[in-house]
Structure formats: structure tokens, C-alpha cells
Design a protein around this ligand. Structure first.
Ligand SMILES: *Cc1c(COP(=O)(O)O)cnc(C)c1O
Length: 403
């Protein structure tokens, strides 16, 4: 644990002045570069949390920093009553590289999903006789606004916030027949993550998303992919849907899109470009600063095949995690994930202890579940970074088990 003075005093001030909604790891992070961060006392860490799957190009990437600095000195915010150039440039670049036809920018993931929900309701009203319901799956995560709390298929996020907004129905994940049974005249869309992130990196069963696509086509439902975590190269392809070979009607983005500058987006294909003036809006959404950051991020990612690096290094990393499972079968129950969204599930609920020990040992990790740790490093990491992670992970596990 870091217990030196600078970090201690910031932690004390935080508990005095900040709403206590998260039990933080005891690290005060002051600086970052690439896959490394330094705490307020100068200690270095290998960062495999990556700003929660956000800093996909690494911390303070020079191209993004330059774009932010130049845009900050040029124009930051105009309101969406006016045209701005970076907003149009980023929308054009997303469309050029995806199945999308049009883009709308929000400020966060949950807002992007709210927008996609409006698209589904508008589409259902126009094309399916007023249908408005969206089917989502259990253990999904779609955000923290009240509508997205209702969309998220996890009682632990919902119990405190009754009454929930109507219009969402939850079914078992991976079960196509359950979607079919849940579909009725009220159904407008299905919304789903390509790989479930917050659930502990759950990969869909073979053929499931393809089957969903066919079901949606047959009943004129929109297929919405929440790509907030899986988009922007995370799965080793620019968009997660490319890794499963299924094209959505709508997909949403946020986390990696601005490499850390807050921005979200929903992207629609030509079939569901249904919103009209007055239907939606945002004061900050897609402002010049955020979209300049997004444009620099996406341009670097596509020019330098960053998703390819995520695929190659991800495969190497997964191989090393599978070695760990083979060597310690009593410890590791499962290794799963795609690209650089990976997880290790233990046989016991030790992930909190493992993460604490790894963090103290200079490796930042996340525990989405009591028995699961998740890896979501910057996509620019090397095999040497993975080797360092494996060494520190081994030590962290031993420390957590008191060995
Ligand atoms: C992070 C996340 C969200 C919510 O994004 P925020 O920016 O925190 O609102 C929604 N869906 C998925 C799949 C996510 O990973």
C-alpha cells in the first residue's frame, strides 16, 4: 500500500469533499504515459485498467494531446445551434470505417444508449405499429442513468431505484429461444453487448449473435450493439461486431472514442436514420474539443492498425493466462475474452485480494466480480508488457494467498 504523505493527504481530502459512491483503490494517480502511470509519490505502475478500457492508445498519447491542445487554443464549445468542423470530421471518419450511415455525439456511454433507445422507439412507432419495448439480457450493463438502469439486466443496480422506467424486458443471455419467446407486438429492438464487459468478460456462444441478426431481420426489429467497451479496437477489430461477423443497425460508443476525453456516440445505418429536428440534442455533445480528441484517436488507430496489435498481443496474453491455468488448475477456473478484453475467473472469491495485492505490487487491475479479474490495458502494449504483467500477477496472487 502507498502510505507516504502526498497520497495520504489527498485521500483524506477526498473523503471530506467527495460523495462516497465508490470504494476506491488506495492510489492517487498523478501522471500517465503509454501503459504506465505514476502516483502522487512518484511510484510507477503498469496500467492494465487503462482508464476502464478508455485510454486505448495509452495515456497522454502525443497525437491526441496535440489535437486537444490545438483545439483548446482554437475553439472549444459553440452549442449545436452551429456547425463545427471537428464534429463533422469525426462523424465522417466513423462512417467511413463502419457500417454506419450517420452519427450522433453524446458525452458518455449511458447517454449514447439513451439516444439509441430513442431511435428504437421512433422506429417502432413508425414501422412496427407503435412498438416501443427493447429486449436486453441478464447480466448486461448499459449505464447509470435511470433509463439505462432499467435497461441493465442486473437487479443489484435496479433494486434501489424503483420505480423503473418501463419498456425493457430481460431474458437469459446466450439463449436465442428466450429472445424469440420474449418478442411480441410491443418489441422494437434488441440491445446487447458483443462481449459482456462488466459481467466479467462473457463471450457469446457460437452463432448466438448471428441468430439474433436473423431473428431481428425476420421481425423488423432493430439490432442495437452496445459497443461502448468492445468498440475502438478492444477486441482486435476496430468494432467488436467485426470480430463476430454480425452487422448491427445501431451501435453505441464511448469509452475508447476520445482516449480519455469524455465523448459518446450512437451510429445508425441508413435503415434507422429516423430522428428529426427536436427529437434529441445535447449542450456539450460532440463539441469541438471532444470531437477533435476523438478524431485524432480514431485516425491514429486506423492509420497504425492498433486493433491488429490488440489482436496479436491479446492472443499472446491469453496464451500466457491459459498457461497459468494449466500450471495452477486448483486456482484458476476459467480464462476468457477476445483481443485485449480478457478475464481470469478463480475457483474462489479472491479477486478483491488479488487486485489489491497487484496494485500494491505495481500492476493495476480490476475485479468486475468477486471471483474474476479483468484486463483492459491500452491496446498499444507489447509482449514485454504482458510478461511484466504475468510476473507481477503471479506475485500478487501469492501475496493474496499468503504464500
Ligand atoms: C461503460 C459502459 C457503459 C456506460 O458508459 P458511461 O460512459 O459510464 O456512461 C455502457 N455500456 C457498456 C457496455 C459499458 O462498458
Amino acid at each position: 500500500m502507498t502510505t507516504t504523505q502526498a497520497s495520504d493527504s489527498w485521500r483524506a481530502k477526498e473523503s471530506q469533499f467527495y460523495v462516497h459512491v465508490v470504494n476506491r483503490q488506495p492510489l492517487v494517480i498523478a501522471r500517465g504515459k503509454g501503459a504506465r502511470v505514476w502516483d502522487a509519490d512518484g511510484k510507477e505502475y503498469l496500467d492494465f485498467v487503462g482508464g476502464w478500457a478508455v485510454t486505448n492508445l495509452g495515456h497522454t498519447h502525443p497525437d491526441v494531446t496535440k489535437a486537444i491542445a490545438e483545439q483548446a487554443a482554437t475553439l472549444i464549445q459553440t452549442s449545436n445551434q452551429f456547425f463545427t468542423i471537428p464534429q463533422v470530421q469525426l462523424a465522417e471518419l466513423i462512417v467511413k470505417h463502419s457500417v454506419g450511415a450517420k452519427v450522433f455525439f453524446a458525452n458518455s456511454g449511458t447517454e449514447a444508449n439513451e439516444g439509441a433507445t430513442k431511435v428504437a422507439r421512433k422506429y417502432g412507432r413508425a414501422h412496427r405499429d407503435g412498438a416501443y419495448e427493447i429486449i436486453t439480457v441478464l447480466n448486461s450493463f448499459h449505464g447509470r442513468t435511470l433509463a439505462m438502469v432499467a435497461a441493465t439486466g442486473q437487479p443489484r443496480y435496479q433494486e434501489r431505484w424503483q420505480p423503473l422506467m418501463p419498456g425493457f424486458k430481460h431474458v437469459e443471455y446466450g439463449d436465442l429461444a428466450a429472445i424469440e419467446r420474449a418478442t411480441d407486438a410491443k418489441t422494437a429492438a434488441v440491445m446487447i453487448e458483443v462481449v459482456q464487459g462488466e459481467a466479467g468478460v462473457i463471450v457469446p456462444p457460437e452463432g448466438y449473435l448471428k441468430g439474433l441478426r436473423e431473428w431481428c431481420d425476420r421481425h423488423d426489429l432493430l439490432l442495437i450493439f452496445d459497443e461502448i467497451q468492445t468498440g475502438m479496437g478492444r477486441l482486435g477489430t476496430l468494432w467488436g461486431y467485426e470480430s463476430v461477423g454480425v452487422e448491427p443497425d445501431v451501435f453505441t460508443l464511448a469509452k475508447g472514442l476520445g482516449n480519455g476525453v469524455p465523448i459518446g456516440a450512437f451510429v445508425v445505418n441508413g435503415r434507422c436514420d429516423v430522428l428529426e429536428p427536436g427529437d434529441h440534442g445535447s449542450t456539450f455533445g460532440g463539441n469541438a474539443l471532444a470531437t477533435a480528441a476523438g478524431h485524432a484517436t480514431l485516425r491514429y488507430m486506423t492509420d497504425h492498425d492498433v486493433p491488429g496489435n490488440a489482436r496479436r498481443v491479446g492472443a499472446y496474453f491469453k496464451g500466457r493466462l491459459e498457461d497459468l491455468r494449466r500450471r495452477r488448475p486448483g486456482l484458476v477456473k476459467d480464462v476468457r475474452g477476445v483481443g485485449l478484453l480478457l478475464a481470469v475467473q478463480f475457483n474462489d472469491a479472491i479477486s478483491g485480494k488479488v487486485v489489491a495485492a497487484c496494485n500494491a505490487g505495481g500492476l493495476l487491475l480490476n475485479a468486475p466480480r468477486p471471483d474474476t479479474i479483468r484486463f483492459m490495458p491500452p491496446l498499444i502494449i507489447t509482449e514485454a508488457d504482458v510478461d511484466e504483467c504475468m510476473t507481477k500477477l503471479g506475485r500478487g496472487i501469492d501475496a493474496a494467498l499468503g504464500q
